[in-house]
Design a protein around this ligand. Structure first.
Ligand SMILES: Nc1nc2c(c(=O)[nH]1)N[C@H]1C(S)=C(S)[C@@H](COP(=O)(O)O)O[C@H]1N2
Ligand SMILES: [Mo]
Length: 233
C-alpha cells in the first residue's frame, strides 16, 4: 500500500524549492537548449547520449567506486541530514519508506565514458528529505557522504531537482549492494559521480566544499551535456 503523503512535508518542500527556483532555472540542464536533461522524453531530436559517452550494452551496468563495498542492510541503514538546518534529521529504512515514493526513468552518465540509458528508479526525492530538515536561509550547498568514506558536493539547486532521488530500487529490483544498495543518491542531470552510493549523510553548508573527485581534478559542476568533466583552473 502506498504510504500516506504528509501535507506538511509537501508544503515545506514547495517553500524550499521556491527559494531556489531562480537558481534552478539558471542551471545548465534547465537553461541550455541542448541540455534538456535525460530520459526518453528529453532525448528527442538530440544525440542519444552526451558527447564522449557510449551507451552500455543492454543489461550491462558497470560498477565504479573506491573498491570498498560496505555492508549496509535495511536494518543498519541510517541517513543523517546535518549542518545548516533547523532540524537535524535521522531516517532509518522504515522512515524513508514512509515518505512519498516516486518512480522515474532516467539516464546514468559515468565520466569514464559509459552511459546506462533508461534506468527505472524507485525512491524518495532528495527534496522531500531536505524539506524535513528545514535548511537555514543561509544554506546553499551540501556534501554527501557514503559509508565507504566517499564524498561529493552539490549546490542545493541541483539537489532539489525532481529527478534527484534516494533510490532503493532499480529496474524493479532492490538496489544491489555493488551499486550502492540499499540506498544511493542519483543525479541524472549530472555525471554519476555526484550520486553517492551507500549514502549515510547529507551535510548542509553555507559555503561550498569539494568532495573526493572534485578535489582530484574533476569538475565542480559536472554537466554531461556541456562535456564538463574536469576542473579547468
Ligand atoms: N559511496 C560512493 N559513491 C559513489 C562512488 C564511490 O566510489 N563511492 N563512485 C561514483 C562514481 S565515479 C560513479 S560513476 C557512480 C557509479 O555507480 P555504479 O557503481 O552503480 O555504476 O557512483 C558514484 N558514487
Ligand atoms: Mo564515475
Amino acid at each position: 500500500m502506498a504510504p500516506k503523503v504528509d501535507e506538511r512535508v509537501l508544503e515545506a518542500r514547495a517553500r524550499l524549492r521556491a527559494r531556489f527556483l531562480e537558481r534552478m532555472r539558471e542551471t545548465a540542464s534547465v537553461a541550455d537548449r541542448d541540455a534538456q536533461g535525460t530520459g526518453p522524453p528529453n532525448r528527442h531530436g538530440m544525440p542519444r547520449v552526451p558527447v564522449g559517452q557510449t551507451p552500455t550494452a543492454p543489461g550491462k551496468w558497470p560498477v565504479l567506486d573506491l573498491g570498498v563495498s560496505p555492508n549496509v542492510t535495511p536494518e543498519s541503514f541510517e541517513l543523517r541530514v546535518t549542518g545548516a538546518c533547523r532540524r537535524e534529521t535521522r531516517l532509518g529504512w522504515v522512515d524513508l519508506l514512509g515518505l512519498e515514493t516516486v518512480e522515474d526513468t532516467s539516464d546514468f552518465h559515468c565520466v569514464t565514458g559509459w552511459s546506462k540509458l533508461d534506468i527505472r528508479w524507485q525512491g524518495v526525492r532528495v527534496s522531500t528529505v531536505l524539506a524535513l530538515a528545514e535548511p537555514r536561509e543561509t544554506a546553499r550547498f551540501a556534501v554527501c557522504h557514503g559509508s565507504d568514506g566517499y564524498t561529493t558536493n552539490l549546490p542545493l539547486e541541483e539537489l532539489l531537482k525532481d529527478d534527484v532521488l534516494l533510490a532503493h530500487h532499480a529496474d524493479g529490483a532492490p538496489l544491489p549492494r555493488a551499486h550502492g544498495g540499499p540506498v544511493r543518491m542519483i543525479t541524472p542531470q549530472l555525471y554519476a559521480w555526484k550520486g553517492t552510493k551507500w549514502i549515510c549523510a547529507i551535510e548542509l553548508r553555507d559555503t561550498d566544499a569539494k568532495g573526493f573527485w572534485e578535489r582530484n581534478g574533476y569538475s565542480n559542476t559536472a554537466y554531461p551535456w556541456r562535456n564538463d568533466r574536469y576542473d579547468d583552473d
